[in-house]
Design a protein around this ligand. Structure first.
Ligand code: ZN
Length: 349
């Protein structure tokens, strides 16, 4: 029996009798990661011609879309640094418009240490949670807020913003679009390209603050700015750079058509859309998955046990449940995994 849209066939969370026999958990896997990709040399980004550290601008001299590609919003996700530095060195080929490349958190990247590679994600706070005007226009100060305020003029002029990210735990690459039709179209147009992730996920934001792709420029009703994020694979794997470079190549070729028509000129394979239904937050410090689930796995049956959280067992609430980027070691209060459902239509216009 298959699930109809919106139906749930099993409770998400069930408290277990204290002494009952429950499934053994995976426990807390050690924080040991293989850094197969060395950090790039980004010295040419420190004082570029734009006058703004981390920002290179390429102008075709012909009118056309404003393209902005951001990477390293998280300082240790330097696969994006490789992708943008490779592009800068080659020199991008633009048929029209202007391209701005931004390495967002060079200060955090400066602190990268291969012996402890998870520590340089940010300096003071997550740069991908503070793009709401209430934070940007506040009197608060942090390394990341200052940087966001400096980058804002480049972001606010984007017709198309592609934000490149990578993942700590194993996960199939995917595109994420904010909940706006115009951005979902953009992500789907990129996802239709060769050797690119087919999944386009949309959600209602991230707990803890607004992401770059949710800046008011991309969220305002009646606006035209489109944004999407690419989770391109594990942080320190050469293959992640390749996925990012394929997405960049597709963007540069298709930008004009996507900007004007909301779709690409050619499609290798149709994108698969999915929408987040549940954010599973770890309520206990001992939260533990039953298996080391990989992101992008689809679990066929409702009621399949996923994780232990204190005395609770967490289950898939519906058939064909898609796991989005499980965090195999969430702290109490942290997002452990998101559940998503495949859908034929992201938004009804
Ligand atoms: Zn990231």
């Amino acid at each position: 029996m298959s699930c109809k849209a919106g139906q749930r066939h099993h409770p998400l969370r069930i408290r277990q009798p204290r002494l009952s026999e429950t499934l053994p958990g995976l426990g807390r896997p050690p924080l040991v990661f293989n850094v197969a990709l060395p950090p790039p040399d980004l010295s040419s980004w420190l004082a570029p011609p734009s006058g703004m550290p981390g920002v290179w601008v390429f102008d075709s001299g012909r009118s056309g879309p404003e393209m902005v590609i951001t990477a390293m919003v998280h300082g240790n996700e330097y696969a994006g640094g490789w992708a943008l530095e490779n592009l800068r060195r080659r020199g991008p080929v633009l048929s029209s418009g202007r391209l701005t490349l931004i390495l967002a958190n060079l200060e955090a990247f400066d602190r990268f240490d291969a012996a402890n590679p998870v520590m340089s994600r940010h300096v003071d706070e997550d740069l991908n949670r503070l793009w709401h005007n209430t934070r940007l226009n506040s009197r608060e100060h942090s390394s990341e807020l200052e940087r966001a305020r400096k980058l804002q003029p480049y972001i606010a002029r984007a017709d198309l913003l592609l934000d490149l990210h990578s993942t700590l735990w194993p996960s199939e690459p995917l595109f994420i679009a904010p909940p706006r039709q115009r951005s979902a179209e953009f992500a789907c147009a990129l996802a239709g390209g060769k050797e690119l992730p087919q999944t386009v996920l949309t959600d209602l934001g991230h707990h803890g603050g607004s992401r770059l792709i949710e800046h008011a420029h991309f969220m305002s009703a009646g606006g035209t700015g489109r944004s999407c994020l690419l989770e391109a694979g594990p942080h320190w794997e050469p293959a992640t750079v390749t996925v990012m470079e394929s997405a960049i190549a597709r963007l540069l070729v298709e930008a004009e058509t996507i900007h004007l028509r909301g779709q690409a000129t050619e499609e290798s394979c149709p994108p698969e859309m999915a929408v987040v239904t549940d954010n599973i937050i770890a309520r206990n410090a001992d939260f533990s998955f039953i298996r080391p689930w990989e992101g992008g796995v689809t679990i066929p049956k409702a009621g399949t046990p996923l994780a232990h959280d204190g005395h609770d067992l967490i289950y898939t609430p519906y058939d064909e449940c898609l796991l989005i980027m499980p965090n195999l070691r969430p702290r109490r209060g942290q997002l452990a995994v998101r559940l998503a459902r495949r859908t034929a239509v992201l938004f009804r216009s």
